[in-house]
Structures are given as C-alpha cells and as structure tokens.
Write a protein that binds this ligand. Structure first.
Ligand SMILES: Cc1cc2nc3c(=O)[nH]c(=O)nc-3n(C[C@H](O)[C@H](O)[C@H](O)COP(=O)(O)OP(=O)(O)OC[C@H]3O[C@@H](n4cnc5c(N)ncnc54)[C@H](O)[C@@H]3O)c2cc1C
Length: 521
C-alpha cells in the first residue's frame, strides 16, 4: 500500500489520432442532443466534440483540448438526472459512448470472484446481455433502472438503485479504473493498492510531483452520492467514484461479478394504511436471516398512476389494486436452499400478520415473467408522471417535475415521510411518493400545474432538504449533484467543507476545466 499515484504522461507524437468535430454547423445539426441530458437542463452550443475509441485516443483529445484552455464536458450514456454532463456554451466535449469493448471474464483466486473489464461506453444492458450468454453463471448486481446508462457514467455517479439495499452502490463492485486527467496523462487505480496515508496523497506525472494534504469531510452514514468521498485512510479510487466528471475522464472499468442465485422471489404486498406499510418495511429489514435484495414503496397516488397507465391491462399486479389500498411494498429476495425458501415464507407471514396485512393482498412469483410484471408495475409510475408533465409542459413550456433523491437514517423513516406530507400538503401541491424505502430513500415527484406551483415546489424542496441534513441524511442518495443541486451540496456540507473538496478538485485538475461548474461553482 502506498500513497503515490503515478500517471503516465500523454503521448503527443500523434500516434493515436482521435475523431474531433469542430465544425459549428455540423455540431448544431447532428449533435445538438448532447446539449442536454435526462435532467432536461438545457446547456449551450458545443465548441468541439471528441469521440475517442480508446484511452489513448482520449488522452490525445484531452492534450489537444488542454492547449485551448476551454471547459470540457464529459458524457457517456447521457441518462444522468442532475445535469452533470450538460455543457456550458462553447465548451469542448468528450463523448465516450463509442467505447464498447468487453474483455474476457477473469477469475480472482485470492478474492474468489469473477470479474470483467469494460470500456467506458458499454451500457448496463450490453453488459447484462453479454454476461447472460456466458457459460459461467455470473451477473453484475448493480441496477440503476435505466439500462442505457454506461458503466463509466455509473462509476462517475456512484449509481445504485433498488437492489443497493443488499448489494450497495457500484462503489462496492469497482476493482480498477483507468482515468485520463485533464492534461491527457493516464492514471490507473487498483483497489487496495493505494491509500491516503496520514491524510496525504502524492501525484507524479513524469517529473512533476504534486502533494495534497487532505482534511476529513463528515460523510453521512446513509446512502449518498455527494461529491468526493474519503476518510483519512481511504483508498483514492473511492475519491473518483462519484466525482461526476470533475477529476478525470474514466475510460475503462473493472467490475466484480456475483454468481447467479439459485432462486429469486418477487413479492408485492398491498396495505390499507401507509403507516402499516412503513412499519412492515422497518420490520422486514430487521430480518437478518433473509436475503432481501430490495424493499420498494408506492403511495396511493403512485397506485393511481399505475391504474391510469397503458400497462394496466397487461400487468397482473396492477389488476390487484383495490380502492381500499393506501400503499404497496415491493420486495425481492434470493434463496440458495429449500430451507431458506421455507424460512422466507414463514418470516414473511409473521411480519405481515404483525402489521395487520394479509397474504391475500399480495402478488408473488419466482419466474422471469413475474419479474417482468413487477417491473412493468414499478415503471408505470414514473412513465405516467413523465407523460402527464409533458402534457402540462406543452401548454406551459417552463414547467417540469421536481424529483427528490434524499436519504435519511433508519430511525427517521416516518419523520421524513411526515415531513414530505406536511410541506407538500400545506402548499396544496400534487405529488407522488415512491422509491427505495429499504434505504429510507424516496423519490418524491412533485407535479406542478402552474409556474407559481413550480416556484412553491422549489421552495418546499429547499426547506425539506435542510431538514433532511439536520436528520443526518443526504441531499443526494444516488443521482448526484451535477449542475442542478449545487445549493443542496452547500446545505449539506457548508462552505468550509466544500473548500476542502475544491482542493481535491484542483489537485487533479489544476485549471478547473473538467465539468466546470458541476458539484460547486
Ligand atoms: C428513468 C431513469 C431512472 C434512473 N434510475 C436511477 C437509479 O435507480 N439509480 C441511479 O443511481 N441512477 C438512476 N438514474 C440516473 C442515471 O441513469 C445514472 O446517473 C447513471 O449512472 C448515469 O450514467 P450515464 O452513462 O448515462 O452518465 P451521463 O449522463 O453521461 O453522465 C453522468 C455524470 O457522470 C459524468 N461522466 C459520464 N461519463 C463519464 C466518464 N466516462 N468519466 C468521467 N465522468 C463521466 C458526467 O460528466 C456527468 O456528470 C436514472 C435515470 C433515468 C433516466
């Protein structure tokens, strides 16, 4: 273990030319979609676009861009929800979407697991399909819902999703990354090879040596993606995971894989009261013998959206919704043995009875078709919301939904729920609450009907975020800060802590050109 990171200087011989488009009209005609991402934040026109096919080409592009001194935006899948990939006007952009190689499967005998190396642009869907065709029964467990997200983008945002309740975020699954720094030099970070020692790390690029004395940042214990995560003895790879493109361009990633479990069980339970649904969530996560992958929640408004959606007629689970249901909880379990399956049934029945709910109000299955049905059910909520808000936007162009992404500690689950209801009901806003209840992480979607309601919704969000921080929660659990939640990051850490993060930022990117204005100004 050592604290000296050695980057290899960029090769300026021109041996690895990279496709760079700088024709303004071509950029405007063919690549204007890159001015925005799934956050729908609108950026400015691009000054140039580089489309590398390898880390060496990426290095060439960055060293060429370095001479211009302009800002550089980084995009791979473009599915981010916080505007981190959105370019400022005139920025140069690196798109890694064309980097599609997947290596042969490897096996680490010391750690006893398989692993795979992918180039930045491989999407989650492509990786899943590739692994599904192999003889070895392995899979990649992190599932941030949107399968067109790239693996590099997922590392850059420390992506998680429903199953992070069991598997954690992608951070737990990254073994190695290759990063190209803003001057084009190439850095490789293997997990457990480096450490921050006594708060210090050293970066060597050829003859140049930089030293950084890090000061600790108070990281919340709850699920989070909040800029640079480190403690005094952290592994520097963890500073890059979740750095949202502000420290370097991730060109390759090596990921740990899991054996495919013997059996999965999907389970959806309806409740006649919200409080019994939340109490069921709390009791279920105490069941340590169960391998519970995901615990997801839908309130009554979300159930109404499922009923209004186009999938209603094809989705068995949707057909079970009754007027008396006030909430639903969706869970996913794995079982390796018959005994585990029996324990699961017994414990589920006990926990349901304790919370006044009956197994008749449930839908369960173990086959792929059941998973598809459940996915249809869950996806129907955001899909219906998105088409509703699109209709409203066609009449009032500036309108958009506000989707929260905050987590709190276990003991605050009911408090945060009441907080949302109190702030949003008192302002007469329309909203639905759904999401990752196992991690006390709800995506509350506020649906303004007018511009005034949008203003009021933003004001409510700000107040709720401040309370979440006071509950020792995180203002971003998985989507990241990007450009649109910078004020919340300041609320989370305060100016002094943000200054500590800025030192890290300028250590790796002294001219502050990568993803300028992302995380903080
Ligand atoms: C319908 C929907 C559902 C979603 N659900 C979830 C969910 O459950 N959980 C979750 O975590 N996320 C979710 N997301 C958000 C999104 O899919 C993730 O943030 C994803 O990890 C982004 O990957 P991407 O390749 O699209 O990144 P991009 O959108 O391209 O970029 C995201 C950020 O990472 C940076 N970045 C991208 N590529 C690189 C790179 N190669 N090197 C360095 N920085 C880079 C960008 O600059 C930007 O700051 C959802 C999105 C959608 C649209």
């Amino acid at each position: 273990l050592n604290n000296i990171l050695r980057a290899v200087k960029a090769d300026l011989s021109g041996n690895q030319p990279c496709e760079i488009i700088d024709d303004e009209s071509l950029l405007a005609d063919k690549f204007s979609s890159l001015q925005s991402d799934e956050s729908k934040l609108q950026g400015g026109a691009l000054g140039a676009l580089a489309r590398p096919k390898s880390h060496l080409e990426c290095s060439t592009a960055l060293s060429l861009f370095a001479s211009s001194g302009k800002q550089i935006a980084i995009v791979t899948g473009g599915t981010g929800l916080s505007g981190g990939a959105v370019p400022l006007a005139g920025a140069q952009m690196i798109s890694l979407a064309g980097m599609k190689d997947i290596s042969a499967l490897g096996f680490d005998p010391d750690k006893g697991h398989h692993f795979v190396r992918v180039q930045a642009g491989v999407t989650l869907a492509e990786l899943n399909e590739h692994l599904g065709e192999l003889e070895e029964k392995v899979f990649f467990p992190v599932d941030p819902t949107e399968t067109s997200a790239s693996l590099a983008g997922m590392v850059a945002t420390n992506a998680s999703g429903a199953r992070s309740f069991f598997y954690g975020s992608i951070r737990n699954w990254v073994r190695w990354i290759r990063v190209v720094l803003s001057d084009g030099s190439i850095l490789e970070l293997t997990r457990d090879e480096f450490r921050i020692i006594d708060g210090q790390i050293i970066l060597e690029i050829g003859d140049e040596q930089r030293e950084l004395k890090l000061e600790g940042i108070s990281i919340p214990e709850t699920k989070h993606t909040l800029g640079y995560r480190y403690r005094d003895d952290s592994d520097p790879i963890d500073i890059f995971i979740g750095s949202e493109g502000t420290l370097g361009v991730i060109t390759d990633v090596e990921l740990q894989l899991e054996p495919v479990p013997t059996q999965r069980m999907y389970f959806l339970q309806f409740f006649n009261s919200e409080s019994s649904a939340l109490s069921f969530v709390c009791d279920l996560r105490k069941e340590e013998k169960l391998k519970t992958l995901a615990i997801e929640f839908c309130d009554r408004k979300s159930l109404d959206f499922v009923l209004q959606s186009s999938v209603r007629s094809d989705c068995k689970a949707a057909g079970l919704i009754k007027d008396s249901h006030k909430a639903a909880v969706y869970c996913e379990f794995i079982c390796e043995t018959e005994e585990e399956l029996l324990t699961l049934y017994e414990r589920l029945e006990t926990v349901l009875e304790k919370n006044g709910s009956r197994i008749e109000d449930s839908f369960a299955g173990t086959e792929d078709k059941d998973l598809r049905d459940m996915k249809m059910f869950r996806h129907a909520v955001p899909e219906t919301i998105n088409s509703l808000i699109a209709r409203r936007r066609s009449e009032i162009p500036g309108l958009h939904k506000i989707a929260t992404d905050m987590s709190v500690p276990d003991e605050a689950i009911q408090t945060v729920f009441d907080l949302y209801r109190g702030h949003l009901d008192s302002r007469n806003l329309e909203y639905a609450i759904f999401g990752h209840a196992g991690d006390n992480h709800f995506h509350v979607n506020i649906l303004p009907r007018t511009e005034e309601e949008l203003r009021v919704a933003k004001e409510a969000y700000k107040e709720i975020a401040a309370k979440v921080v006071s509950l020792r929660g995180a203002v971003s659990a998985e989507h990241g800060i990007g450009r649109i939640k910078k004020a919340f990051l300041l609320e989370q850490f305060g100016a002094d802590e943000i200054d500590k993060m800025k030192k890290i930022r300028s250590f790796f990117d002294p001219d502050l050109r990568l993803s300028t204005g992302v995380l903080f100004d």
